[in-house]
Design a protein around this ligand. Structure first.
Ligand code: CP
Ligand code: NVA
Length: 304
């Protein structure tokens, strides 16, 4: 199995690597003491061009639990490249740190950081992908269902970064994924093509639809915000377009779906009602907890 050297996008992983990462994440979750020196002497930069609760805290706490040290850089008042170039940022950070975790406006910034720093870069969310989230989501499904190749997941909402990383993850793992979006809000064509290519090899089933009814019979329904950070659309128009895609108790019952998933933050009363989000069927907090274990598996893999 080839070694993990960065995580800009889940398509960098094959099934064996992704499966091994999920197994490692479970082991770290179950036996944290075995990994408490895994990052000893390592310093990791956390760069955030956009706000975060889960990603920031789970990386910071997770790195501490592995015996490492993190340095948080708040870039929320300006994207990288304004005071000095992204390349100068990357090459300077590489002088002191062992890896860079970055949440950025553009996936291209991650590529530039990786090239200039020659240190592992981990995508903590970009315009196109959110691989750490998808890893935690797959880990959550593995805990619930065991063999995730047998799981049918339905994503309902905006075809955004979270959806696109789920598509790649599901394709790699041979899952059944139904993506339901309003017309004009589907996933990026290049990501779709990549996911379809991978699915052909793994036996995954990817279905695109504009009808919520296509999610009927899925094991879990996943949704996310209708308006991602950095998206400049009219909120009133978005609410009008997406309202028929809200996940509420009536929808969960009509479609006979057991579990509900959300990456959070949730916009209660918009993409999901509180009744569903706070119900016993919701896996949202398990997903949030699993962010740390999944990311720690990535970090341990990078440095082992
Ligand atoms: N799910 C997630 O990435 O949450 P944050 O934006 O709070 O980090
Ligand atoms: N799609 C959302 C995810 C937030 C974790 C966004 O990019 O804002």
């Amino acid at each position: 199995m080839s070694k993990l050297t960065q995580l800009l996008c889940l398509a960098e992983l094959d099934q064996q690597q992704l499966s091994a990462l999920l197994d490692l994440a479970l082991d770290i979750k179950q036996s944290p003491n075995n990994y408490r020196h895994a990052l000893q002497g390592r310093s990791i930069a956390l760069l955030f061009e956009k706000p975060s609760l889960r990603t920031r805290v789970s990386f910071d706490v997770g790195i501490h639990k592995l015996g490492g040290h993190s340095v948080y850089l708040d870039l929320q008042n300006g994207a990288m490249g304004e005071r000095e170039s992204v390349e100068d940022f990357g090459s300077n950070l590489a002088c002191w740190t062992d890896a860079i975790v970055a949440r950025v406006y553009s996936q291209k910034t991650l590529v530039r950081l990786a090239l200039s720093s020659k240190k592992p870069v981990i995508n903590a969310l970009s315009d196109i992908y959110h691989p750490c989230q998808a890893l935690a989501d797959l880990l959550t499904l593995k805990e619930q269902y065991g063999d995730i190749s047998q799981v049918h997941l339905a994503y309902v909402g905006d075809g955004n970064n979270v959806c696109q990383s789920l598509m790649l993850g599901a394709a790699i793992m041979g899952m059944d994924l139904t993506v339901v979006t309003p017309q004009g809000f589907g996933p990026d064509a290049h990501v779709l093509l990549k996911a379809q290519e991978i699915a052909q090899r793994s036996g995954a089933k990817l279905t695109l639809s504009q009808h919520v009814s296509s999610a009927a019979g899925a094991d879990a329904i996943y949704t996310d915000t209708w308006l991602s950070m950095g998206t400049r659309s009219d909120p009133a128009l978005i609410t009008e377009i997406f309202s028929p895609y809200q996940i509420n108790t009536a929808v969960m019952q009509r479609l006979a779906v057991k579990h509900f998933m959300h990456c959070l933050p949730a916009h209660r009363g918009h993409e999901v009602t509180s009744e569903v989000l706070d119900s016993e069927h919701s896996l949202a907090l398990q997903q949030a907890e699993n962010r740390m274990h999944a990311q720690n598996a990535v970090l341990v893999s990078l440095f082992s």
